[in-house]
Write a protein that binds this ligand. Structure first.
Ligand code: 5GP
Length: 112
């Protein structure tokens, strides 16, 4: 059974897609926590980062490069934050690996 994000990949569920390539998809978060809040996901379903395997090395690198590309495309490359919530206790609610790309407001440290 595909997760919600798997259904966004297959277009069964609509999303505001801002970037797509062979391996990944980026779309705006439905409940944005910053003026720019994009979710970047691999098309291949990996439930959470801790489930990634050595065979996923190229894909994970690809995701980071794509995040930089999306940040440049959206005009926020000078200041943005990437977040990966891994596990329910860390705030993960959708079990299809995703990077949150947040920008457009001051991003304080440490995060909550
Ligand atoms: P998590 O809490 O798993 O790290 O992040 C899941 C994110 O998915 C949340 O920020 C939530 O707002 C977003 N989200 C949940 N359902 C949808 C949806 O149907 N469409 C979009 N675009 N984002 C969603």
């Amino acid at each position: 059974m595909a997760t919600l994000f798997g259904k966004i990949v297959t277009r069964e569920i609509p999303a505001d897609i801002v970037y797509e390539d062979e391996h990944c998809l980026a779309f705006r978060d439905i409940n944005p926590q910053a003026p720019t809040h994009v979710l970047l996901i691999p098309k291949q379903e990996i439930p959470q980062l801790a489930d990634a395997a050595p065979a996923d090395q190229l894909l994970l690198g690809h995701l980071l490069l794509a995040a930089g590309k999306v940040a440049r495309q959206l005009g926020v490359a000078d200041a943005f934050r990437l977040v990966v919530n891994n596990g329910a206790a860390a705030g993960q609610t959708v079990f299809h690996l995703h990077l949150h790309l947040l920008a457009g407001r001051p991003l304080h440290w440490p995060p909550g």
